[in-house]
Design a protein around this ligand. Structure first.
Ligand SMILES: Cc1cc2nc3c(=O)[nH]c(=O)nc-3n(C[C@H](O)[C@H](O)[C@H](O)COP(=O)(O)OP(=O)(O)OC[C@H]3O[C@@H](n4cnc5c(N)ncnc54)[C@H](O)[C@@H]3O)c2cc1C
Length: 416
């Protein structure tokens, strides 16, 4: 079933009787060549590219709950490639190029909207740092424009330019960045993977790994044992818990993170705006709600919810940056669990167990990485070699001292 404008019209005039479920609901088979654990964005994208690009025919994806129940359906939907370091920037730019053709590729409207991201500058030192970051972005093929105060004012006159502590002196704009509908991304990858032959098995929790003589043989699940030639784990906030079942301790901490949405307002926010002095960022959804977020929770928990102290902190940041937000009513808040690596950068690598591969440590920036993460993990699983843009994302980099310590792209646990 392909989606198109014609199809929507035909269904509208024939009573919407022709729509089919987006994916099948198969029973698990006794064994597969490759089993992916975790039906979030990264697991689904991995399964999709494994089947579609790397020609893998016997692939299963196991999800303990329902697709999209994790962070992929809980994030604030920002996509961007405004990183600084060579270990990160080419990877995120690769992801941005995949986003640009994604909806045509998996034939689903994921509402990818390149409305730009503006990182605000409040000090001269910050302008120097952003100029450097912008140059690094341009060198990797991305787009970056340094704006002065008047140019920022022309874009967003509602900001508090003359705040005594945090005056706005300019901004770094990435015009190709933006937002995408997060659950649409999960559904698009799921539908594409299913069409390419992947068995997507929901309500199937992986409870252990069968490892013999240093090699993984399969996974124990709540629906029985499933044999596997290779196993790829992409469980985001549950990384430490799941990998501990294979006897591994990861350089990752899981932290709660909340998102907030106001009532629907008329179009106000031109793209995504980040406060360069406090931790606050905001965009506006197509329904009109202001979508915003800030710091991680003050206590650690695997519960997918947050507390009021962080809400207060985030809203204070919002009030300092754009006092008019105080007149909007908060409609919803929810929480997810972010898998934060010790340098804030991700891991896509083999593990010491033969046939067991790991993808995680996305901190709270993994949504934008979804297409490239899936592509690069599929590349690693299918070819046993890292993709060109993910070569630095090694599991043992903390032991070797080759960290990708990119402060400024999101919180790192060591900064809290
Ligand atoms: C509030 C919030 C805001 C965010 N905002 C942004 C943003 O604006 N931009 C951005 O780039 N990133 C953002 N992120 C980060 C981003 O959402 C995550 O980094 C990314 O979604 C993680 O990858 P995933 O989609 O695969 O994770 P998930 O969707 O969490 O997928 C992991 C899946 O594994 C499953 N699982 C766990 N254990 C098992 C098991 N034992 N067996 C089987 N399945 C299992 C889980 O049920 C889950 O579905 C945000 C995160 C949060 C919480």
């Amino acid at each position: 079933m392909r989606f198109s404008g014609f199809r929507v019209f035909k269904e509208a005039v024939t009573g919407h009787k022709g729509w089919k479920p987006l994916w099948r609901n198969p029973e698990p088979k006794p064994a597969y060549d490759i089993v992916i654990v975790g039906g979030g964005g990264h697991g689904l994208a991995t399964a999709y590219y494994l089947a579609k690009v790397f020609g893998q025919a016997r692939v299963a994806l196991l999800e303990r709950g329902w697709l999209g129940s994790g962070n992929v359906g809980r994030n604030t939907t920002i996509i961007r490639s405004n990183y600084l370091l060579p270990g990160n920037q080419p990877f995120y730019e690769f992801s941005m190029t995949l986003w640009e053709g994604l909806e045509q590729d998996f034939n689903l409207n994921a509402m990818v909207s390149q409305r730009g991201i503006l990182n605000l500058i409040h000090t001269d030192a910050q302008r120097d740092a952003y100029r450097r970051r912008g140059n690094a972005m341009i060198l990797s093929g991305a787009d970056a424009v340094l704006l002065n105060r008047d140019q920022v004012w022309a874009m967003a006159p509602f900001l508090n330019f003359d705040n005594a502590r945090f005056p706005i002196k300019g901004g770094l704009l990435q015009p190709r960045a933006g937002t995408a509908r997060h659950d649409g991304v999960a559904w698009g990858f799921a539908r594409g993977a299913d069409l390419a032959g992947v068995d997507i098995i929901q309500n199937c929790e992986v409870t252990g790994f069968r490892i013999e003589e240093g090699r993984v043989k399969g996974v124990e699940t709540s629906r029985g044992y499933i044999g596997a030639g290779k196993v790829g784990v992409a469980v985001a906030g549950s990384s430490s818990r799941v990998m501990s079942k294979a006897g591994m301790r990861l350089p990752i901490e899981s932290h709660g993170l909340q998102a907030f949405v106001t009532e629907g307002l008329k179009p106000t926010i031109p793209g995504v705006i980040t406060f360069g002095a406090g931790h606050f960022y905001v965009s506006q959804s197509d329904k009109g709600g202001l979508v915003f977020g800030g710091d991680i929770e003050t206590y650690k928990s695997y519960a997918q919810r947050g507390g009021l102290p962080v809400l207060e902190d985030v809203v204070e940041g919002g009030m300092a940056l754009m006092p008019m937000i105080g007149r909007a009513r908060l409609l919803r808040a929810w929480g997810g669990v972010a898998d934060m690596s010790m340098d804030g950068s991700p891991i896509i690598d083999r593990t010491p167990v033969d046939g067991l591969y790991f993808n995680g440590g996305w901190s709270y920036g993994g949504f934008k990485a979804t297409p490239a993460s899936g592509y690069c993990f599929a590349h690693l699983l299918a070819t046993d070699t890292p993709h060109e843009t993910a070569k630095a994302m090694r599991l043992d980099r903390f032991e070797r001292g080759y960290v990708i310590d990119e402060k400024g792209v999101g919180a790192s646990p060591n900064l809290h």
